[in-house]
Design a protein around this ligand. Structure first.
Ligand code: AMP
Ligand code: FE
Ligand code: FE
Ligand code: ZN
Length: 293
């Protein structure tokens, strides 16, 4: 068994994963992990449960979320870490994105129906069970209704980009995502960089200001991880990582299969203190400028 370290990229039933947050933290403790972050898509509704379970079991839990955003016309994924999960501005931004996910599911179902696939929207909501609705729930619903023969088959035939029921999703701009995460006191990290961007665009994004880079992820090659580590080091920002595990029924059970050292969490927390100080200075500066007028 691997001992120690942190898995900072995990999904639960609150979005498109299959396990409850408490169960994830229990399994993490059982796998010898010292720290985790739950990074559900567009929701922080599982964070409290994870934090509470972590306190009970002695696992450090960092608040987390994964957002889709756009950079130079490319979809990118951003991770937020260490923010206040009760921040009202962040919560209302996320709610807007979840509402849009529902409208998009309606459009996907309409396309499927047009193709002669008799899936009903209620079946999709049932599969999502209150979690932020994503294509995996459409795949689950298609499978449960016997309309495809496998979860993966649903993506390959209908749901992947270029397939007939694909509908893209509304995305944050980089600035909106930064506002939402940093405004709630969090650190903004670029997730699995090479999945969406060329090396040149990753460097550009790093220059535009990103709080950290995910350098350890199952879809990154060792050479890409090394390149990202060097870039993070040059820019003096934390490098983060994790398994991006979605739980059983979503590929092999991979919680804790990829880890970063526990010091990563300390480094994230140090960066968060830096951001807090910078924002406090900016606010004080704004008040001062206002008073001078
Ligand atoms: P969505 O956020 O609704 O666009 O769905 C994206 C999620 O679907 C990702 O986070 C993955 O969990 C999953 N996913 C995307 N593409 C595939 C694929 N080809 N096969 C299986 N799962 C996928
Ligand atoms: Fe996912
Ligand atoms: Fe992602
Ligand atoms: Zn993810």
């Amino acid at each position: 068994m691997l001992v120690g370290g942190a898995d900072l990229h995990l999904h639960s039933r609150h979005s498109d994963g299959t396990l409850r947050p408490a169960r994830i933290v229990e399994l993490a403790a059982g796998h010898g992990l010292e720290a985790v972050s739950l990074t559900d898509h567009d929701t922080v509704s599982g964070v409290e449960e994870a934090l509470e379970t972590g306190r009970r079991l002695g696992v450090r839990v960092l608040s987390g979320v994964e957002l889709s955003a756009e950079f130079l016309g490319h979809e990118i994924h951003l991770l937020g870490y260490g923010f206040d999960p009760g921040d009202p501005v962040l919560l209302s931004a996320l709610e807007g994105y979840r509402r849009e996910r529902e409208l998009r599911a309606e459009r996907i179902v309409a396309r499927l129906n047009h193709l002669g696939i008799p899936l009903r929207l209620e079946q999709v909501f049932e599969a999502a069970d209150g979690g932020a609705l994503g294509r995996p729930h459409l795949a689950d619903a298609l499978l449960r209704a016997g309309l495809v023969s496998s979860f993966q088959g649903a993506f390959d035939r209908y749901l992947n980009p270029g397939r007939p029921a694909f509908v893209s999703r509304m995305r944050f701009s980089l600035d909106q995502a930064r506002q939402a995460i940093e405004g709630a006191g969090g650190l903004l990290v670029l997730a699995h960089p090479h999945l969406n961007l060329s090396s040149a665009n990753i460097r550009l994004l790093a220059e535009e200001g990103i709080g950290g880079l995910e350098t350890v992820h199952p879809k990154l090659k060792p050479s890409q991880s090394r390149e990202l580590e060097e870039l993070a080091e040059r820019r003096g920002i934390p490098s983060t990582g994790g398994s991006d595990c979605h739980g059983p029924g979503r590929g092999p059970m991979c919680l804790g299969s990829l880890r970063v050292p526990l010091e990563t969490v300390d480094r994230i927390e140090a960066a968060l203190r830096g951001i807090g100080k910078r924002r406090a200075r900016e606010t004080a500066g704004a008040v001062h400028a206002g008073a001078g007028r």
